[in-house]
Design a binder for this molecule. Sequence first.
Ligand SMILES: NC(=O)c1ccc[n+]([C@@H]2O[C@H](COP(=O)([O-])OP(=O)(O)OC[C@H]3O[C@@H](n4cnc5c(N)ncnc54)[C@H](OP(=O)(O)O)[C@@H]3O)[C@@H](O)[C@H]2O)c1
Length: 222
Amino acid sequence: MNILITGANRGLGLGFVQHYLAQGDSVWACCRSDPGKLSDIHARHLYPVKWDIATDNGPHGALPDSIDLLINNAGIYGPGKNGQSLDNITASAMLEVFNVDCVGPLRVVQQVKNRVIAAKGVIANISSKMGSSADNTSGGTYAYRAAKAGLVIVSKSMAVDLAPFGVHVITLHPGWVQTDMTHQTGLIGVATSVEGMTQVIANARNYAGGEFIAFDGKIVPY
Ligand SMILES: NC(=O)c1ccc[n+]([C@@H]2O[C@H](COP(=O)([O-])OP(=O)(O)OC[C@H]3O[C@@H](n4cnc5c(N)ncnc54)[C@H](OP(=O)(O)O)[C@@H]3O)[C@@H](O)[C@H]2O)c1
């Protein structure tokens, strides 16, 4: 399979890269600038691509004509600690997080959708339970919640629009994972999350298009 992953230089993105390379797939691993630990992987079927999804510049590097799986993984949390409380959240923080977490995956799909259509492939958009209204009992975290909720909705529209072309789109929640984003405080490690999400992706067509699914296969109400 030809697989394109954004935000592939660390955290869950790097975990996806390692998983699919070990499975013998060809991986186009996108990162915005610093390739990080990607540089330590010497695999014949690993193709690094520079892609900052916060801009309209598109990818720097060749992409395959057909893409079997696109994982829109890149994302930011925005201001930490109390920075996303009702009193502290700013318009610029809201817009920055929305630009990366919601508009970013849309940009990527606009750029590569014909290649995914060529393979009648799958698109997995990585959102978060934080973007679920049904799950929101603690409030706050305005920018991240809104951007990830927006991504769930965008992902559903993509699912509807691309279904006639044989492309299946799902939305994923990775769990609370020990990565830089959570300052390594999550409940599960990258390997467990990636193992679960790749299982869901392998069975993507058993789920309705646009469905929001956690790493353990459970549906996330939104
Ligand atoms: N960890 C969790 O518990 C958790 C829970 C729910 C959802 N998620 C979601 O899972 C995804 C991966 O998160 P993670 O925990 O692995 O986070 P992470 O360790 O902070 O990694 C984030 C990745 O996204 C990349 N990125 C950020 N902005 C980018 C941009 N403008 N263009 C391209 N790449 C960009 C980063 O690249 P740089 O190295 O260049 O910054 C990095 O590779 C995110 O969408 C996140 O919201 C994570």
